[in-house]
Design a binder for this molecule. Structure first.
Ligand SMILES: CC(C)(COP(=O)(O)OP(=O)(O)OC[C@H]1O[C@@H](n2cnc3c(N)ncnc32)[C@H](O)[C@@H]1OP(=O)(O)O)[C@@H](O)C(=O)NCCC(=O)NCCS
Length: 142
């Protein structure tokens, strides 16, 4: 990763939440982000450009497994491979063997991102989003 990427902590909560507010639906509360950021197995990595934080990837590391909690890129920084690079970085961490995530199948950029990084559809989680919309459960294996 280039030198503009770094580990994010609870101190970055406001910056993370500002991107989430701009691009993520459904939007979780700030407290929910804080909860994930302060878990002992939380691993959050971000990329900065001249405007500040451009993209973040929030995960939980469970043994050899990555659980992707959220990934988002500031609107005016999208399409520059920030998310792909962050995801590749985390999947290349020593010892990581597999990764899981849920995605809205109608979220084209996200689906392209995950398929392009080697994730495959494992199944469908019924009524996953707000008790209404289905999600794809996706898995990546080394
Ligand atoms: C999904 C998201 C994180 C991708 O971030 P990004 O930094 O733009 O990603 P990349 O530049 O690495 O591009 C990833 C793929 O998305 C595609 N993409 C980017 N913007 C797109 C758009 N507006 N429409 C369609 N595809 C798009 C890219 O073409 C690329 O696919 P390709 O390599 O097959 O061409 C970003 O669109 C985003 O923040 N979306 C809102 C939050 C979200 O939905 N997160 C995922 C669910 S938690």
């Amino acid at each position: 990763m280039d030198n503009k990427s770094r580990k994010l902590t609870e101190e970055d909560l406001d910056k993370i939440y500002s991107i989430a507010q701009e691009v993520l639906k459904p939007l979780w509360s700030k407290k929910e982000y804080q909860y994930f950021l302060t878990q002992p197995n939380s691993f959050c990595w971000g990329m900065e450009d001249s405007e500040g934080l451009a993209c973040f990837l929030l995960t939980l590391l469970i043994g050899t497994e990555v659980d992707v909690v959220a990934i988002a890129t500031r609107k005016n920084a999208q399409g520059q491979k920030w998310a792909r690079n962050l995801l590749k970085h985390i999947l290349s961490l020593p010892g990581i063997q597999q990764a899981f995530l849920e995605v809205d199948p109608t979220n084209e950029p996200a689906v392209r991102l995950y398929l392009g990084t080697g994730f495959q559809v494992l199944g469908i989680r019924k009524k996953y989003y707000e008790g209404k919309k289905d999600a794809w459960l996706m898995k990546w294996s080394r």
